[in-house]
Design a binder for this molecule. Structure first.
Ligand SMILES: NC(=O)c1ccc[n+]([C@@H]2O[C@H](COP(=O)([O-])OP(=O)(O)OC[C@H]3O[C@@H](n4cnc5c(N)ncnc54)[C@H](OP(=O)(O)O)[C@@H]3O)[C@@H](O)[C@H]2O)c1
Length: 274
């Protein structure tokens, strides 16, 4: 039986991925900050819940030790994260540090012990990291979020080169919008009235579906399954029709696609030239 280790399995994409892999006959190590609150995954066969806040080094090390004592791990799905949204100048130092410590450092913290584990044990493991289409093409009012997701794309790609000789793969899932609490309760939002025009445009674009399409998390989880099982060396799985379209524009037009798309959608000011 193959085993997947998942972060952020309490909700959204992480939870749907846990359920999908369990249905497919995998053992699932579902990590989350508050496993005592979980009411669904705890009822499933071959699903093990472990407590882990990815910003807590002690808990990360402990969860790693427990996980490898339960089973040989085949796939590490580094998925936990949240969105800090608003104008850069309104973020506090703590908000910036927390966003980076979760979305970027949290992923590195979790991956770190598994890299040596896979290499030393000769396991041809796969790391799958949830980034975002905003880790490939930036969006306004998401500067630090984009910084973390761009960083993860670079980290994963570079790691892929380092680890290829050992048969260890690094892949990313870059979704567009997903119907989860991410765009609601989980988001850390800041405001400044000077940025209202762009914020209003963005809100309208989100609501109308012009800027983003929210895909069901089950559909994105299918791409995670594909990444874990397709046997290819594909390094990035762009997931969701919005992400595929944005990515296609980017491939066709190069980096200029970013400014064209943003200028067309936002019509606030022709503010970017590449
Ligand atoms: N939804 C979207 O539109 C969208 C689009 C592109 C990419 N993504 C990415 O998809 C991933 C999953 O998000 P989602 O959409 O499934 O949203 P979600 O339902 O809010 O899930 C986020 C998960 O991350 C966990 N988490 C947050 N901080 C954590 C920490 N310090 N330690 C451990 N777990 C932590 C949350 O746990 P708690 O329940 O304890 O808070 C939750 O399980 C994120 O990396 C996000 O950036 C989402």
């Amino acid at each position: 039986m193959k085993t997947i280790f998942i972060t952020g399995a309490s909700s959204g994409l992480g939870k749907e991925t846990a359920k999908l892999f369990q249905r497919k006959g995998w053992r699932v190590i579902a990590t989350m900050r508050n496993p005592e609150k979980e009411q669904e995954l705890n009822l499933l066969n071959n699903v093990h819940l472990l407590a882990m806040d990815i910003t807590d080094s002690v808990q990360v090390k402990q969860a790693f030790k427990e996980a490898v004592s339960i089973a040989t791990i085949d796939v590490v799905f580094n998925n936990a994260g949240y969105g800090l949204v608003g104008p850069f100048e309104t973020y506090t130092e703590q908000q910036i540090a927390r966003q980076i410590d979760t979305n970027l450092n949290g992923v590195l913290r979790v991956a770190h012990p598994f890299v040596s584990y896979f290499r030393e044990k000769g396991i041809k493991g796969i790391f799958i990291t949830t980034t975002s289409i905003y880790g490939i093409v930036a969006n306004p009012l998401s500067s630090i979020y984009c910084a973390t997701k761009f960083a993860l794309e670079g980290w994963s790609e570079s790691m892929g080169y380092d680890m290829a000789a050992f048969g260890i793969k690094f892949k990313t899932i870059a979704p567009g919008g997903i119907k989860t609490s991410f765009a609601g309760a989980a988001m850390d939002l800041t405001y400044h009235e000077a940025y209202n025009p762009i914020l209003e445009r963005m809100t309208k674009g989100f609501e109308s579906g012009e800027l983003i399409h929210f895909t069901e998390p089950e559909e994105i989880a299918q791409r995670v399954y594909e990444a874990a099982t397709d046997g290819t060396d594909t390094i990035r799985y762009v997931a969701g029709i919005d992400a595929v379209e944005i990515s296609r524009l980017r491939d066709d037009l190069g980096i200029e696609a970013n400014s064209r798309r943003i200028n067309e959608i936002y019509k606030v000011k022709n503010f970017l030239n590449f």
